[in-house]
Design a protein around this ligand. Structure first.
Ligand code: CA
Ligand code: CA
Length: 438
């Protein structure tokens, strides 16, 4: 520790000179010490799958030249792009708009949503042909080009060895899509993510019998990356819930994708003390059953979810394919439109233990699990509305056509502390989400 230039002996012993600079600008030395410590925190040993092997340190080893404080989307993207994979810490102050001035600002010349609706109305276009082959100067071609403009703007690529951390109680992003893609060792903490809105959803006439509007942009995606710790973040549709979205062709004009997707051979992820709320399709672990995807995902997609609050979601908390997923000490609060919490997908190996579920009066526990494919599940010590409940037995009794098998055959050992399930709602309610560690 450098002490020679400092003027306060006690402060110097605590944190070095930085504390004096911050003290002069109105931050107390104690706050500054806490701040500097939080910025450089690493994932504790043994804390979930992200602790496996080399563990997750993010940018903790950053030198002074690679500590950034940003207040705009442009500054944030510039900080991400600077310095290659040298360890870096990016401190986010306040709420950063990542969504651009407006959807119109992304539209290419000639794009006209009215023309799009006129050309692809089911009455004229039908429901058997997708729009994928449409030429560049068609309404769909112009939609594609406009979408590409938005895509480039709202996505931000996170390099290896990075910590992104919110400062204080109200740091975050509106409409950002963090791409943690093909890298190792990333920490994202204390940030509120208000879901991106896809300005240009694509109509797929062949998706279900009625067609569907499909959209892009997860708030964060872990794509082929390893050692990622998402901690004390909040993911929400915020001011743009699905209930406010319009309908076209009789279908909801869906502008949201996932809150946190873990895909394409990603591995060693810990999601702890986050709030996932007010959203439909929340978390995918693995996004396809296809042979090509299976070849990449099989043996990977290992993720731990603990002490998260899953509130007012429709589905996927998470939906799992292939991975060994450990979900313990989470609180699930179902609201209107609740479909299921855990999706049991292809070759998944979910362990769900010591969790608490709060269901509305009259709702039954059977739909907490949803069987998509035949795969084993381990479930134990879960409480539904305060009552110890065998999730698999209740599911199988209520939904006989979807019988689930018990026993994944693996035992999670990367847990630092397991709380009694009945204490989880209180613990998570007081401590999960953004704004609580800064
Ligand atoms: Ca904006
Ligand atoms: Ca997605």
């Amino acid at each position: 520790m450098r002490t020679q230039k400092c003027h306060g002996r006690v402060i110097a012993i605590l944190v070095g000179c930085t504390a004096l600079v911050l003290a002069a600008t109105g931050t107390t030395s104690a706050q500054a010490a806490h701040r500097a410590g939080t910025d450089r925190q690493v994932l504790p040993a043994g804390d979930g799958w992200a602790a496996y092997g080399t563990g997750t340190t993010g940018g903790a080893a950053a030198d002074r030249a690679h500590v950034y404080t940003v207040i705009t989307w442009e500054q944030f993207k510039a900080a991400l792009a600077d310095g290659g994979s040298a360890p870096k810490i990016i401190r986010v102050k306040g709420t950063i708009d990542a969504d651009g001035p407006s959807c119109d600002s992304f539209a290419v010349p000639g794009y006209d949503f009215g023309a799009y609706l006129a050309k692809y109305a089911p009455e004229s276009w039908g429901r058997t042909t997708t729009l994928d082959g449409e030429p560049a100067d068609s309404p769909e071609g112009l939609r594609r080009a406009s979408a590409a403009t938005q895509d480039a703007y709202i996505k931000a690529d996170v390099p290896a060895n990075t910590t992104i951390i919110g400062v204080g109680k109200n740091a975050g992003f509106n409409g950002a899509s963090l791409q943690i893609k093909g890298v190792d060792n990333v920490i994202v903490r204390n940030l509120r993510f208000e879901s991106p809105l896809d300005c240009f959803p694509q109509w797929d006439p062949t998706d279900t019998a009625d067609g569907n509007w499909n959209s892009e942009y997860d708030s964060a995606v872990v794509y082929g990356s390893t050692h990622v710790w998402m901690d004390h973040d909040t993911f929400t549709d915020g001011g743009h819930p699905d209930s406010t979205l319009p309908y076209y062709f009789g279908r909801i004009y869906e502008q949201h994708d996932g809150e946190l997707d873990i895909v394409k051979g990603a591995d060693y992820v810990t999601a702890s003390w986050n709030v996932f709320e007010d959203h439909d399709k929340t978390i995918l672990v693995g996004n396809s059953d296809s042979a090509a995807t299976a070849a990449v995902d099989r043996g990977h997609l290992k993720a731990t979810f603990h002490h998260n609050l899953f509130r007012n979601l429709v589905e996927r908390a998470p939906r799992v394919r292939f991975g060994q997923v450990d979900s313990y000490n989470n609180h699930f609060v179902a609201g209107d439109g609740y479909s299921y919490s855990y999706g049991i997908g292809m070759e998944s190996q979910l362990v769900a233990e010591h969790n608490a579920f709060t269901l509305p009066a009259g709702a039954t526990a059977g739909p907490i699990l949803k069987k998509w494919k035949d795969a084993p599940v381990t479930a134990a010590d879960n409480y539904v509305n305060g009552r110890l409940t065998d999730l698999i037995a209740v599911h199988n009794a209520e939904i006989p056509g979807e019988t689930l098998r018990s026993g994944t055959g693996w035992t999670p050992d990367l847990r630092t502390r397991v709380d009694p399930a009945r204490a989880v709602p209180g613990l998570v309610g007081h401590r999960a989400g953004a704004g609580r560690i800064g």
